[in-house]
Write a protein that binds this ligand. Structure first.
Ligand code: GLY
Length: 423
């Protein structure tokens, strides 16, 4: 089978690695230095839909898999479907679940999907008046896509006012911040549940846990994710059942009642509070870095799963999982998520082993050498029969890799390890 993956990060490298089973012929646009070892990389940008369409036609691919949210929100699936090219991902209207937070929140409220209490505003004065009435912390989110920077936790009213002004007055998020969602801050531990749906059946993959803050102990600024592991013991069998019934099944009903056909990935960012699971966000794509520890544990043929989903036959698929754990630590450039330098040579042992997979997130290959080319550079994933073993393997492998300014968190997986030890 000929498969084109769109995107250039660690998520896409993990997808390419998994889709490479069964001698599939792989292409990636635009890809990165690591992906280039497994797939033919094409220079076409992930947001250039007409050029991607031309590329897919030229390559005569049997399947297209979209990594990032932007092309999905822009309607890449609609365009490819019009041209009868099998593509895995939701159409533009369905991708609003991620592209328009106000839409997602209204849908959750209408269909009784547990989520934090909220209001939606485009007017600064009304937004500030609402904040005045709220006790405790609030979270202010730009409704549109803001490259992961649009959610602001505001512990005080002054910080909330500043966040409102940032979005609605200074317009720091552009059009994406012209509408904001103000919601109650929820206390609890978070998990990521990536599910696959063909619109009638929704099947969760194993639960994972991301580590968004830059520093150990979840301190410091938010990033795209500094590491993740799976399966996350936080999600017990009982919680998984509750998430299925109260969140995923209700979401499917909501989408059907709104006549929105959804096919592809639904990622639910969930917080487990004292009164059960609540949805923090829905995304319309695989999580990054969560995909890096989740896919190595999937035993089923990923291309077959995606093609069955596109054909509306997900109910016939029974996903098979390894009983191991996988843990991914992100190696980042100094300065990330702020300004960082690129072009630092990466040296050391970057070879994949049976129990260590090194996914490239921001790398570039030039004249046989590998250089940093992004904020998140590598996702080093260890696989073991226990979570502690997976952690040990990932960190041992990471110690053998060098580049100037390399930074990583030391505590990826510790919440899960403590939970397992306690039980
Ligand atoms: N790791 C968070 C996300 O993919 O949105």
């Amino acid at each position: 089978m000929r498969i084109l993956v769109i995107g250039s990060g660690g998520r896409e490298h993990a997808l390419i690695w998994k889709l490479g089973e069964h001698k599939n012929q792989l292409f990636c646009a635009p890809g990165n230095g690591g992906i280039a070892e497994l797939a033919q990389c094409k220079k076409t940008g992930a947001e250039n839909i007409p050029a991607l369409l031309k590329l897919a036609e030229q390559l005569k691919v049997d399947l297209v898999v979209v990594g990032p949210e932007v092309p999905l929100v822009l309607g890449i699936v609609d365009e490819f479907q019009k041209n009868r090219i099998p593509i895995f991902g939701p159409r533009k209207e369905a991708a609003r679940l991620e592209g328009e937070k106000a839409f997602a929140k209204r849908l959750m409220k209408e269909y009784n999907i547990p989520t934090a209490e909220f209001e939606i505003f485009s007017d600064e004065k009304k937004a500030k008046k609402y904040v005045e009435t709220k006790a405790g912390r609030v979270v202010i989110k730009a409704s549109g896509l803001a490259a992961g920077k649009g959610a602001m936790v505001c512990p005080t009213k002054d910080e909330a006012f500043a966040a409102i002004e940032k979005a609605l007055v200074q317009k720091e998020f552009g059009k994406a911040g012209e509408t904001i969602v103000i919601e109650q801050f929820l206390e609890g531990e978070e998990a990521s549940i990536i599910a696959i749906t063909d619109g009638n059946t929704i099947v969760p993959l194993i639960p994972s846990q991301d580590h968004k803050p830059l520093l150990n102990d979840d301190e410091g600024p938010n990033t795209g994710g500094m590491g993740a592991y799976a399966p996350a013991p936080l999600i017990t069998k009982e919680l998984a059942k509750e998430i299925q019934t109260k969140i995923f099944n209700r979401l499917l009903v909501a989408l059907q009642k709104q006549s929105i056909e959804y096919c592809g990935v639904i990622y639910a960012g969930i917080i487990i509070t004292d009164s059960g699971p609540y949805v923090l966000e829905f995304n319309c794509r695989f999580g990054d870095p969560e995909t890096q520890p989740v896919l190595p544990l999937l035993k089923s043929d990923s291309a077959e799963v995606m093609l069955s989903t596109i054909a509306g036959k997900l109910a016939q698929i029974n996903l098979k999982w390894s009983t191991d754990y996988a843990l991914c630590v992100v190696a980042a450039s100094a300065g990330y998520p702020g300004k960082y330098e690129k072009g630092k040579e990466i040296t050391g042992n970057l070879r994949n082993r049976e129990d260590v997979l090194i996914f490239h997130a921001g790398t570039e290959k030039r004249e046989g050498k590998l250089y940093t080319a992004g904020g998140r550079v590598l996702g080093v994933t260890g696989i073991g029969s226990t979570l502690s073993q997976a952690k040990q393997k990932a960190y041992l492998a990471l110690e053998q890799i060098k580049f100037e300014g390399l930074y990583y968190r030391n505590d990826i997986g510790d919440k899960g390890i403590r939970r397992i030890e306690k039980n």
